[in-house]
Design a protein around this ligand. Structure first.
Ligand code: SF4
Ligand code: NI
Ligand code: NI
Length: 709
């Protein structure tokens, strides 16, 4: 049998199953029955991406099947095989969506099934920074469970996002592999059709970040080929259905690596036979051209970005340092080079062995750095990275910052030999590695002696934090001479440019003006460039000739001009990875804000994913704006339209997160006390009428303002 026969057979088989399943569903529920995946604005994302049509009910799904059939041409040419592969993928999506009829939850632990739009948006930043260097799709049954576990762990150790389909899931479970989105190993489902849930991620990335027009199949495939670093590992024996799905993967630009040797012919760079499963990792990375950054750190447990989301439960906790109960802190201090012995790590106080299992203690770690180009402004930039550094240690969890930190060490990490000095090893290695352009020497002091920590917290750390806060308060858009561009997201969103100012951080929430300044210093030709602000055009909306010139240049002409302070006039673009989206609410003259974590409805009649789909891909959309959480309390938030007084609704959780700062800004700007009490949330209203009643009762200031449109 030729490869063509296998693809066509597999494709026909899936088509037959899909047709049967759709007919049965229509018989049972009627053609008008609604169908869709949950938590997405893209209906059936793969079908929508490829054809531009949103399927809403079973009748339309049946029509869609006819369209898929038309792709299944049977000439023995590569293109026919690829298109049949795409059609097979679409059929898989149809079969999967049927599982979600009537709000069913067809997947349960450990499988995820369909992944929400919000998860894809969250992946944006780690993918562009190379923190997630690739996406592996592992399919089928490995020769042994040990092979499966070893392959998954090898990718995990490289930070690669792993998705699993089929028997490999049980094999990993058998070997106790830690699975879940938090550790970047996502079991999708046991049926082969579950593979569509990762294809759907790649296709939505093109729609969300890439501004690819739905239905432009050519642009879609170009995008996934060039910008989504995914690849497939398919274990032998491959049945024809898997071969057909593989053809679909190759059409999207994802190489398939398999240990199948029977009835397969190799397609250079696309279909690669690697008989030795232990070499799948190396072969895959080479085929997809993925480079891994290696930091060698001398610790007894693994260190990888995949462990950043790992959670350590109380019962597995060897020891905990909890800054909310006892004195704890973390601090970076600039010193003179003569005061530092490079790579010196000191532990002052008892080590972990001397603590009882499950007990709580004080800890402080001070990282002292010296360098000719070091500036005190960078101390907080380094320090904020500690959260990620310490979290990347397998078996160690870190939350918070400054003197409100919590660190948990697991029993397994402890048994592997992890001790206090290893925290120092990690901080030393990462600081030297990430900030080598400004840090010449670095040493770390770790204090576990409670009295010493208390003394240092009050006499050293708190005064240092206070001093920094004063500096941050004095940093306003007016007080600085330059802003910065950030184009990190162009890897996915080719024309997007963030303009980062002291009072407006990047929309991902991860890049403040100080971060951008440090990035520029570390990498003068990197993503953050200086933008002068010498030629203002319109102070009201925050428009500058210098800024316009910069965005024209950095967007390669895709963008003409942007304002810093308006959502209606020349608003800044969005890439897709924004923490929050703000959109106008016409009945109240106000705006509502929804954050990525919010899963419910908003008074605009749209969920976060639906609102988010209104903007993105580096395009200006007046009336909608992606932004960082921190921006909500800024005096520059929509200043041109009247500022934060326009905010009429936010999810309750977000409101609580920003309340202190937002209320302080409202008091300062307008003399309003407890402004957040006037702002609606989902417990008050999810529709515009109820919201308006609430706002009227509270006499919300937006009601008296000029209409925005
Ligand atoms: Fe992307 Fe903007 Fe954040 Fe830079 S600041 S990483 S461009 S969202
Ligand atoms: Ni104290
Ligand atoms: Ni982005």
């Amino acid at each position: 049998m030729t490869l063509f026969d296998r693809v066509f057979n597999g494709s026909d088989a899936v088509y037959g199953l899909t047709e049967g399943a759709i007919n049965a569903a229509i018989e049972k529920h009627g053609a008008d029955k609604e169908v869709s995946f949950p938590n997405t604005a893209y209906s059936l994302p793969c079908y929508y991406g490829v054809t531009g049509t949103k399927v809403t009910n079973l009748g339309e799904l049946k029509d869609a099947l006819g369209v898929a059939k038309s792709l299944m041409t049977r000439e023995k040419r590569l293109n026919d095989a690829f298109m049949s592969g795409v059609a097979t993928a679409l059929c898989a999506e149809f079969i999967e969506v049927l599982k979600y009829i009537d709000g069913a939850e067809p997947y349960s632990e450990p499988c995820y099934g369909h992944l929400a739009d919000a998860i894809i948006r969250e992946l944006g930043v780690p993918l562009v920074t190379g923190d997630i260097p690739g996406v592996a799709v592992i399919l089928g049954k490995a020769p042994t469970a040990d092979d499966a576990a070893a392959l998954v762990k090898s990718y995990q150790a490289q930070g690669i996002l792993v998705t699993l389909v089929g028997d490999v899931i049980d094999q990993c479970a058998e070997k106790g592999v830690n699975m879940g989105a938090g550790v970047r190993v996502i079991p999708l489902g046991k049926d082969v059709t579950a593979v569509i849930h990762v294809v759907s991620v790649a296709i939505r990335a093109a729609l969300i970040f890439g501004n690819v027009a739905p239905g432009d199949a050519g642009a879609l495939m170009k995008y996934t080929f060039e910008r989504v670093p995914a690849f497939v590992n398919a274990f032998a024996p491959l049945d024809d259905v898997v071969v057909a799905c593989g053809a679909g993967a190759i059409a999207l630009g994802f190489p398939v690596i398999t240990n199948e040797t029977e009835n397969i012919f190799r397609v250079p760079k696309s279909l690669i036979v690697q008989e030795d499963v232990s070499k799948f990792n190396a072969t895959s990375l080479e085929a997809r051209d993925i480079k891994i950054k290696i930091t060698n750190i001398d610790i007894p447990v693994a260190f990888a970005s995949a462990f950043e989301g790992e959670i350590i439960r109380r019962k597995n906790m060897q020891v905990e340092f909890d800054g909310s109960r006892v004195d704890c802190f973390e601090l970076v201090q600039t010193k003179d080079a003569s005061e530092i012995e490079d790579h010196k790590i000191e532990v002052i106080g008892p080590d972990f062995d001397e603590f009882e299992f499950g007990s709580k203690h004080s800890i402080a770690y001070i990282v002292e750095v010296a360098g000719k180009s070091m500036q005190s402004d960078f101390e907080s930039v380094f320090e904020r990275k500690f959260h990620s550094y310490i979290n990347c240690i397998e078996g160690v969890m870190h939350t918070g910052q400054r003197d409100m930190i919590r660190v948990r060490i697991s029993d397994t990490a402890f048994q592997a030999g992890f001790r206090a000095k290893h925290i120092g090893e990690v901080l030393y290695a990462k600081i030297k590695n990430d900030f080598d352009a400004v840090v010449d020497k670095c040493q770390v002091k770790i204090y576990t002696d409670a009295d010493k920590v208390t003394e240092l917290r009050h006499n050293l750390a708190i005064p240092a934090f206070d001093k920094r806060d004063d500096r941050l308060k004095s940093l306003t858009d007016e007080s600085v001479d330059v802003y910065y561009s950030c184009i990190l997201c162009q890897a996915f969103s080719p024309s997007h440019v963030c303009v980062v100012t002291p009072e407006r951080l990047g929309l991902c929430g991860a890049v403040s003006w100080l971060d951008a300044k440090a990035t520029n210093e570390l990498e003068p030709n990197g993503p953050c460039q200086v933008i002068t602000k010498e030629r203002p055009i319109d102070e009201r909306i925050g428009e500058y000739e210098d800024v316009n010139e910069a965005v024209r240049k950095f967007s390669q002409g895709a963008l003409e001009d942007v304002s810093l302070y308006s959502i209606m006039e020349k608003p800044m673009t969005s890439c897709g990875c924004f923490e929050c989206i703000c959109g106008i609410e016409p009945f109240s003259n106000g705006v509502i804000i929804a954050n990525r974590e919010y899963a419910g409805m908003t008074p605009l009649g749209m969920t976060f994913p639906e609102l988010a789909s209104m903007t993105g891909g580096g395009v200006q959309t007046p009336g909608f704006m992606g932004h960082g959480k921190h921006f909500i309390a800024s005096k520059k938030f929509m200043k041109a339209e009247g500022g934060i007084e326009r905010i009429v609704w936010m999810p309750k959780d977000l409101k609580e997160q920003v309340a202190d700062r937002l209320n302080a800004t409202a008091k300062e700007l307008y003399g309003i006390d407890n402004f957040t009490d006037m702002v609606g949330d989902e417990t008050i209203a999810e529709d515009p009428e109820t919201l308006l009643e609430f706002l009227t009762e509270k006499n919300h200031p937006a009601l008296a303002m000029e209409p925005m449109m």
